[in-house]
Each structure stands twice: as C-alpha cells, then as structure tokens.
Write a protein that binds this ligand. Structure first.
Ligand code: GLN
Length: 205
C-alpha cells in the first residue's frame, strides 16, 4: 500500500486535528459522514468528543451498523477518548440507552478520573515508542478490564491514577483514553498509520 487512505469519523468530535496528524504521518486523511464513504478507507479514526452524542448521530446518519460491520471485517480503527468508549465492548457509567460499536474486549469506565480532575496531563511510557509521550486527558475514560487478546500499550505512571490502563491494542483496533491529536506529537498517529500499512489491502466489501 503506498499512501493509505484514513477516514476520520466526522459527525461529532475534534476532527481537524486528527486530519492534520494523519497527513503528517504519511496518510491521506478524509472526513467520513456517509456510509458509502467507508468503502474507500484503509483505516478510520473515531475521535474524542461525547460518546453519547456520537452514538446517537451515528445511528441517525445510518453510519452505526455499516461502521460496526466494517470493524468486524477488519477495518483498522483508532479510537481516542470518546472514540475509545465507542470501540469498547462494555462500558461503565454510560447512559441507559448508550450503545457502542464494540470490537475491543474491554470494560471502559466513562469520566473515570472524576469530575474534579476534568482534564490533566501526564507523561506516559508507551509500548512501541522509544521516548515517553506527553498525554492530555479531557473527561477521560480508563480501561477497567481487558480480555485475553488485548495488549496494554500504556498505563499512568504516577499520581493517584497510577497503574490505570490508558492505551490498548487488539487485532485491528487501537484506542487511547487521551487526546494524542492535540499535543503536536504525531507518533501515536504514526503507530496507527504503520499498523494500517501492515494490515495491507482488505478485500472489497
Ligand atoms: N474528551 C472526550 O472525548 C470525553 C469523553 C466523554 N466524557 C464521553 O463520555 O464521551
């Protein structure tokens, strides 16, 4: 694959920053709002924002089922913050009618770090990166439980939340509790773009 085409789910959330980071990582980045746009993609980013709204809009725009099917088919996906919640099989602290796309065998707790720490920053050791990653958390979830096939990619290394899992990977899926698109460091997006390249071309659906 020469230049992978990576979509950013663009019904809700911080889309522009992801587009920039993906382009910087050597991908062609496009916004995705319609189900037909999924066919052209080699990968997709589900951004941060508000997972309850994202869920409702995805259903209203008929993107929910096609996107879920594409993920099941192996479309590589990178979920950040609310996007991590969207990729989780199970959530704690969701609203009564909240659904997720699923695929990641994890339990994710919404707003896990508590209201008093709405947002904070932390330096993380990340599997696959030579140097630490400065991460920004905004009303962030954490991963409370991981299934057998899930790899923990990063945990919080100090403070009250020490040891909490904030980045995971499973097969075609990568997810972070934090917002790697807003710190000017594109190494996480690079990891994803490299993962997409490694996945090769999928059979047309
Ligand atoms: N920055 C974010 O994406 C916050 C996530 C938000 N708390 C949610 O539940 O969807």
């Amino acid at each position: 694959m020469s230049t992978p085409v990576i979509g950013v789910f663009a019904l809700q959330g911080d889309v522009r920053e992801h587009l920039t980071m993906l382009e910087r990582s050597g991908a062609r980045a496009v916004k995705v709002r319609r189900p037909t746009e999924l066919d052209a993609l080699d990968g997709i980013v589900v951004p941060g924002g508000e997972s309850t709204t994202m869920d409702k809009l995805a259903r209203a725009f008929d993107l929910f089922d096609p996107l879920r099917a594409a993920l099941r088919d192996g479309l590589p996906a990178f979920g950040t913050c609310a996007g991590m919640i969207m990729l989780a099989d199970r959530i704690e602290g969701g609203t009564a009618d909240q659904e997720t796309l699923g695929g990641l065998d994890v339990v994710v707790r919404r707003n896990a770090f508590g209201r008093q720490v709405d947002s904070f920053e932390a330096d993380l050791d990340v599997e696959g990166l030579d140097e630490g990653f400065h991460a920004m958390f905004i009303r962030a979830p954490w991963v409370e439980k991981v299934g057998r096939d899930v790899r923990v990619v990063a945990t919080v290394s100090s403070g009250a939340a020490m040891g909490r899992i904030v980045a995971v990977r499973q097969a075609n899926l990568l997810a972070t509790s934090f917002h790697p698109e807003i710190t000017g460091d594109h190494r996480f997006h690079q990891l994803f773009v490299d993962q997409v390249r490694g996945a090769g071309t999928r059979a047309p659906r």
